[in-house]
Design a protein around this ligand. Structure first.
Ligand SMILES: NC(=O)c1ccc[n+]([C@@H]2O[C@H](COP(=O)([O-])OP(=O)(O)OC[C@H]3O[C@@H](n4cnc5c(N)ncnc54)[C@H](OP(=O)(O)O)[C@@H]3O)[C@@H](O)[C@H]2O)c1
Length: 246
């Protein structure tokens, strides 16, 4: 099968990382289905990608929090996806969200519950129609709870565990499930943050590495420098970790 026979569905298509991944997939010849809230605002992405890479690109209205709409959304697509990129995420505001039921629920539902329910259903359909790859974007924030972002981090931890289970469920089949754990990437999510240069990626090169890891059938992808840093952070004894500002 050529990339032209393997359409990719991009969830959260306006995300900075998703835009980079969309371009990397279009460059390889995959038809794209861009899905996002306010899909009408994707017009310029549709024309830009289709002209630049000479591929078919369509835009689709999608809100992952509309749980009852998941099946209908999948039914409405022009093709069963052969690749799904899930780039949906809500960082929230730790100080505001902690202890606030509605704000916490929004972060948990957006990063964990709703994407998991969607991917469960999509995985089953993909497995029945020849398999493919699911790329689920989590975060290194899920590796250890930190005072700075533990509402978001705990939702991403749940997401990573769910995706790990989904991966094992389909292990040995034609459906490949990959977890991506970005560190810092320059996107709307990190705008205004004081990011440490050596630990921060631009979205396009990061996206290229994600697509390349997917093509190699990797199970978990994280930048080498973040793998090394998180190996240290996750192994620090609690009493030492409590004294740090990571
Ligand atoms: N940038 C980083 O440093 C970093 C680090 C670790 C992990 N990540 C993860 O990487 C992924 C991509 O993030 P990004 O950095 O590219 O940030 P971003 O530009 O803020 O993208 C997040 C996307 O999620 C979409 N979204 C939120 N709620 C949604 C909903 N209910 N239904 C559909 N889409 C929804 C947003 O859509 P709207 O445009 O409609 O708001 C937005 O396009 C996220 O999962 C994020 O948690 C990013």
């Amino acid at each position: 099968m050529t990339p032209a026979d393997r359409p990719a569905l991009i969830l959260g298509a306006r995300s900075g990382i998703a835009r980079g991944i969309a371009a990397a997939l279009a460059k390889r010849g995959h038809p794209l289905m861009l899905a996002a809230r306010r899909a009408g605002e994707l017009d310029s992405d549709v024309s830009d990608l289709s002209i630049r890479y000479n591929c078919t690109v369509t835009a689709h209205e999608f809100d992952v929090l509309d749980l009852d709409g998941h099946a209908g959304f999948l039914d409405s697509l022009p093709a069963t996806p052969s690749i799904i990129i899930c780039a949906i995420g809500v960082l929230g505001d730790q100080e505001r969200d902690a202890g606030d039921a509605q704000a916490t629920k929004l972060v948990v539902d957006s990063n964990y519950l709703a994407p998991c329910l969607f991917l469960e259903q999509a995985a089953s359909r993909m497995a029945q129609s020849g398999g493919g790859s699911i790329v689920a974007i989590g975060s290194v924030a899920g590796d250890r709870g930190r005072a700075k972002n533990y509402v978001y981090g705990s939702a991403k931890a749940g997401f990573a565990t769910y995706i790990s289970g989904l991966r094992q469920k389909y292990a040995g089949s034609d459906l490949h499930v990959m977890t991506v754990k970005p560190g810092f990437v320059r996107t709307a999510m990190t705008e205004g943050m004081d990011l440490p240069g050596p630990l921060t990626s631009d979205a396009e090169p990061f996206a290229e590495r994600v697509v390349s890891a997917m093509e190699k059938g990797r199970q978990v992808y994280s930048d080498l420098r973040w793998r090394a840093l998180m190996a240290v952070i996750t192994h620090l004894p609690e009493r030492i970790f409590m004294k740090t500002k990571f």
